[in-house]
Design a protein around this ligand. Structure first.
Ligand code: 1VU
Length: 299
């Protein structure tokens, strides 16, 4: 049986739209998605030049499976609406809206894209980084159920959330865990991806690898990253492990045997395995196949 599995967004790399060296490096990097940043990483005096640089990039968008999206400035800022209207005409896969607070913010952005005749394939992503966004999260994520709303992905923005709430952002993120789990729950209910926040300490890769493993176990779809060194650990944590693949194959093979093919529940290695586990196993294998196809790797 084939299942539709979401496209992998294991590592989603922020790249300042003004950083020529970083843009030139992209062809050597293995991130699944690139987010060109027009917002926090670009000074006000460079906003216009940064927008022009992205227009130039998308006019000659590189071929390949990688997804490219653009984080615009907030729609209430001096640049946001112009950024969004411009992005609506680019060959970008999506636009990331910073600091959204209500479903209305997304619907207004959608109107701007419709007016710019943006194709339906251009999706909206939203940063969840304000207390109001967190309070309104279920309603925001529910827009994922309406294809006309274009919502595809949510991103946890813990730097701003910590700043605006006074909650301490500790290395183990212990005080933020309830909100992180709430984000995963709401995103799943709305049928959209939920990406974990960036980690600022990009030199401590041991801690970063551990954070990625925890984020994968918590149900996040992938990790936003800020530096090339963080791509490998994120890809590893959000790919099915060799053990998960072996388990998935064993479940599929067990249900394919002639004497179990019509069973609802079987025993495998001392454990009860039901058809829902078969569906899970098939999804693990489908995800691995999709990653292999995207990256050219064999598993
Ligand atoms: O090997 P090379 O010299 O050719 O390249 C350098 C550097 O240019 C490159 N590199 C990157 N390439 C692509 N994308 C990146 N994001 C990126 N960062 C670095 O890698 C090589 C090694 O770099 P480095 O170790 O010397 O690091 P740098 O001092 O050059 O850069 C460190 C920072 C943190 C400044 C850089 O990684 C960066 O700008 N990252 C993205 C920051 C960003 O976009 N912030 C805003 C979004 S995050 C947010 O708002 C949270 C929601």
């Amino acid at each position: 049986m084939s299942h539709s599995v979401p496209r992998p967004r294991r590592s989603v790399l922020f790249v300042p739209a003004t950083n020529e060296k970083a843009i030139a490096k992209l062809s050597q990097l293995a991130c699944d998605t690139v987010i060109f940043d027009l917002e926090d990483a670009v000074l006000p005096e460079h906003k216009a030049a940064a927008r022009d640089r992205l227009a130039q990039f998308f006019a000659a968008r590189p071929a390949g499976a990688r997804e490219y999206v653009v984080r615009i400035n907030g729609l209430k800022s001096a640049w946001g609406t112009d950024d969004l209207a411009a992005a609506g005409g680019w060959a970008t896969d999506g636009v990331v809206l910073p600091k959204i607070e209500t479903p209305r913010d997304l619907l207004e952005a959608n109107d701007v894209l419709d007016e710019a005749d943006a194709p339906d394939t251009l999706k909206l992503w939203a940063m969840i980084e304000t207390p109001r966004a967190l309070v309104n999260l279920a309603a925001i994520a529910e827009l994922g159920r309406d294809p006309a709303a274009r919502l595809s992905c949510l991103i946890a923005g813990l730097n701003d959330l910590a700043k605006d709430t006074g909650v301490k952002l500790t290395p183990d993120r212990r005080y933020l865990q309830p909100w992180l789990m709430q984000m995963v729950l709401c995103a799943r209910a709305g049928g959209v991806d939920m990406l974990d926040s960036v980690s600022n300490d990009f030199r401590d890769l041991d801690a970063f690898g551990q954070e990625c493993g925890e984020a994968a176990a918590m149900g996040f779809s992938g990790k936003t990253v800020i530096h090339p060194a963080q791509i490998g650990p994120a890809n590893a944590a959000f790919s099915p492990s060799a053990e998960a693949l072996a388990e998935a194959r064993a479940v599929v093979e067990a249900f394919a045997l002639p004497d179990t093919a019509s069973s609802g529940v079987i025993s495998l290695s001392g454990k009860m395995v039901e058809r829902l586990h078969l569906v899970q196993a098939e999804k693990v294998l489908a995800r691995a196949a999709m990653i292999a196809e995207m990256t050219g790797d064999e598993k």
